[in-house]
Every structure is written in C-alpha cells, then in structure tokens.
Design a protein around this ligand. Structure first.
Ligand SMILES: [Fe+2]
Length: 198
C-alpha cells in the first residue's frame, strides 16, 4: 500500500429541486437516507440503488460538468449521508482511493464507467486486481478497505453520469499511487540505446 496523502473533500452546493424537495424518483431512497441515525447499511444502499430507475433528465439540475476533472453535485446532505450526482467527461478520473469509515455505493446512470480495483501486496505496493466495465444500471458498493479508481474511459464527447451515496459524508479519504519512483540506476537501464549506463 502506498499511502501518499489524505485529501479533504469540499462540500458542493445542494441542488435539490424547488422547495427543497428531492427528485421524485429518488423519494424511496431519500426516505431511507433521511431516517438514518448512524452509518447506512451497505446492502440496503445497494438494494435501493438497484431499484431506482433514473435517467439524466430525472436529475438534470444536478448534472453539471466541471472544466477540470469530474464534478460532484450534491443533491442532498445530512450528518449521516451525502447523495450526489457525479458528472464525468471523457478521461476524467478519481485518484486511487479507499473509503475507510464510510459506506459507499453508486449507480451508473448514463455512459460506461470503468472501475479498476487494487489489492495490497506484502511489498507495500498496490497491484491491479480487476477492471470492471460498468454499464448503465450497474451498482457498485465499496467496503471500507476496498481500494479502487473510477474513470470515464469512453471517447471524447461521451459523458458518464453516476449517482453516489456516502454514509456518513466523506471528510477525507486515503489516496494511493499505483507505482513508486524507481531508482536512478533502474531508470538508466531503460534509457535509449547509447544512453544506458548499466
Ligand atoms: Fe470510491
């Protein structure tokens, strides 16, 4: 495991519909979330997300894209959860991260997402363990110690929209690097012909 930093997240503005009501198709999900007095059960979150039928048009006011990287659009937030729409342009990606202390589940609403899962090794390095292509409707649930990266690897012009629940809201997360710097000696061995020193 290569823990490089602890990145704080910045709360987004709530983009609930008029009057503070959430989107109608999210009502069953929000009813459960609003009843929370502690951390949400991951299996319940997964089941509720699987049952939600949603398209971009259902949450259009929360489908805003960023200029630099994916954009987190908070739909509703309490002390015990945050519900967000994440909007990804082509090549937008998360850092490699885990979710220690937080129940995390999300559903692909539009486009194809890619999840790369990593495992820790005795060496301290992390190793890619699986790559999952996530079609619309796919629900991903992450346990505390799961290490993963999510990205929009589709061609330019093709968006990815995902609906996320974090319980409780993320305050910080552990971020990892796939590779560590190699020694100068090792780099030399890979230098162009005539430039190698050993
Ligand atoms: Fe994640």
């Amino acid at each position: 495991m290569t823990h490089v930093s602890s990145a704080a997240t910045t709360p987004s503005m709530c983009r609930c519909t008029k009057g503070g009501e959430t989107y109608s198709r999210l009502a069953p999900l929000v009813e459960y979330l609003d009843s929370l007095t502690g951390r949400a059960d991951l299996k319940v979150l997964t089941g509720l997300l699987e049952s939600v039928q949603l398209t971009r048009s259902d949450i259009a006011p929360s489908c805003l894209f960023g200029q630099k990287g994916y954009k987190r659009n908070t739909i509703r937030k309490t002390d015990w959860y945050e519900l967000l729409a994440l909007c990804w342009r082509s090549a937008d990606r998360t850092p490699i991260h885990d979710h220690r202390g937080v129940s995390c589940a999300f559903k692909v609403i539009e486009g194809e997402g890619t999840e790369i899962r990593f495992r820790e090794t005795p060496s301290g390095l992390i190793c890619p363990a699986a790559t999952i292509l996530m079609q619309p409707g796919y629900v991903c649930a992450a346990e505390d110690s799961d290490i993963h990266e999510v990205a929009n690897m589709q061609a330019p012009g093709i968006d990815l929209i995902t609906l996320h629940i974090y319980s409780p809201p993320i305050k910080s997360m552990n971020v990892y690097e796939f590779t560590q710097p190699v020694s100068e000696h090792c780099k030399d061995a890979y230098a162009a012909p005539g430039e190698a020193h050993g």
